[in-house]
Structures are given as structure tokens and as C-alpha cells.
Write a protein that binds this ligand. Structure first.
Ligand SMILES: [Fe+2]
Length: 239
């Protein structure tokens, strides 16, 4: 008798993800593990994940500009794209969450107290579930840049944080989306911690004139690729 073994997921290509310890990004030093990781085989726990169905999503979760009584301040934008795996297959029904600073570059978070104004009409958190073709869309405002203490006169380029659960724990991805032609890229150690320059470029969204809403909002496309499965399922004897 044989049982089919769960099909594992491919590792990310070299250079796609930043190293856990990146000296230019100073706070990685105390956070990075001092021992090499233990690589676990992909068994049922790794190739499955929680089903975070649409009923958990609130009515205004996709539109960060209208979550309060008044409208959020700033440049209205649509951020949208397709989630697929590295085999090109759409990833439907997966939870996409974002969090970001307001138009002045400040987070609505007690840990952020630099001297930029808070916007009472902007919390900066959103979430949606991809549709059957893997598409997602948010309406939000363009976040401002903000200073941080990593090095002298350090500023983070405008960015939106993304979290995707995928269909399995091994597909989980937390990343950041940037905007085209930001003059702050060159001095940002987080953006530059991705070793492969082509992978770095994939963190930058694309301005999409066709997707703008005339008289209302600009639009940026950000497609996301999660880990695909190993191509060849195989069977092994069952004792
Ligand atoms: Fe941030």
C-alpha cells in the first residue's frame, strides 16, 4: 500500500529574500538568529494553512480612506494586483493585509511619535481576500516618507507593508511595496537588503494610467508571487 506524500513547496531563488542579518539595517543584529535554521520537511502542517474566509472582512476594510467619519487626507490611490504562485497559477481566496503611514509619514501607533501630524480619519490598516482569479484591490492614500534612527538623516521611502497568508504556511509572505522613482531608494538599507537587483525592482509598484479613476484617484499595480509547489509529486511506501 502506498500513500501520496504532500507536495512540498520550492525554496525562493537565491537573492530574492534579504538575509536575516543585514549590517546596514542595524536592528537586524539583535534580532537575527545566531544559529543556522533547521530545515523541516514539508509535511501536512507545512503544506496547509488556515482558511481565512471572506466573512472576516469588514465592509470598509478595502477602502482606507472611508473608515472614519471624515475622509482621509492625502493623495487618493488605488493599489491593486494579482497574486499568483511561482508556477503562474492564481492564488484565490487568500487574505491580503496592508498597513501604512498616513500622508504625512506617521503611523497611527503609540510607538510612532515623530513630529508629523496624525490624521483622525486615517488608521492605515486594510484587508481583502483575493477573488477567484487571484486579484485584489485597495483604495488608500499615498503614504509619506518618514525619518528613522538607523543612520544619520535616514528616511524610509514611501511604502506599504503587505502580509499574505497564501494557501499554506510555507507560502506566507510579509513584504513592502514601494512607489516608482522614489529618490530615497539609494539610502534605504531595508530596500537594499534584497540582494538581487531584479528582485528589488519587483518591490516597486507600477503606475497604471488605465486603472486610475478619472477625477478621483491615481492607481498603482503591485503583482505578488508566492512560492509554487515542487513539480513532481511522488509516492513513498507506507509502513
Ligand atoms: Fe513602515
Amino acid at each position: 500500500m502506498t500513500l501520496s506524500r504532500p507536495v512540498g513547496y520550492r525554496s525562493a531563488p537565491d537573492g530574492t529574500h534579504p538575509p536575516l542579518d543585514h549590517p546596514d539595517y542595524r536592528s537586524t543584529a539583535p534580532r537575527a538568529p545566531s544559529q543556522p535554521p533547521i530545515v523541516l520537511p514539508h509535511r501536512l502542517t507545512e503544506v496547509t494553512g488556515p482558511l481565512l474566509a471572506g466573512e472576516r472582512i469588514g465592509e470598509r476594510d478595502h477602502d482606507l480612506t472611508t473608515q472614519h467619519d471624515g475622509e482621509a487626507l492625502g493623495q487618493r490611490i488605488v493599489v491593486f494586483g494579482r497574486v499568483c504562485d511561482s508556477d503562474g497559477r492564481a492564488v484565490p481566496d487568500t487574505l491580503v493585509e496592508i498597513w501604512q503611514a498616513n500622508a504625512a509619514g506617521r503611523y497611527a501607533h503609540p510607538g510612532d511619535n515623530w513630529s508629523a501630524p496624525l490624521d483622525p480619519n486615517f488608521t492605515g490598516g486594510g484587508r481583502v481576500v483575493t477573488d477567484s482569479a487571484g486579484n485584489y484591490s485597495f483604495t488608500t492614500i499615498k503614504p509619506g516618507a518618514y525619518p528613522w534612527s538607523n543612520h544619520h538623516n535616514a528616511w524610509r521611502p514611501s511604502h506599504i507593508h503587505f502580509s499574505l497568508f497564501g494557501r499554506a504556511f510555507t507560502q506566507r509572505l510579509v513584504t513592502q511595496m514601494y512607489f516608482p522613482d522614489d529618490p530615497l531608494f539609494a539610502q534605504d538599507p531595508i530596500f537594499n537588503s534584497v540582494p538581487d537587483p531584479k528582485a528589488r525592482q519587483r518591490l516597486i509598484s507600477t503606475f497604471d494610467l488605465a486603472a486610475t479613476r478619472p477625477g478621483w484617484a491615481l492607481a498603482y499595480r503591485f503583482d505578488i508571487v508566492l512560492r509554487g509547489r515542487e513539480q513532481t509529486p511522488f509516492e513513498e511506501p507506507h509502513d
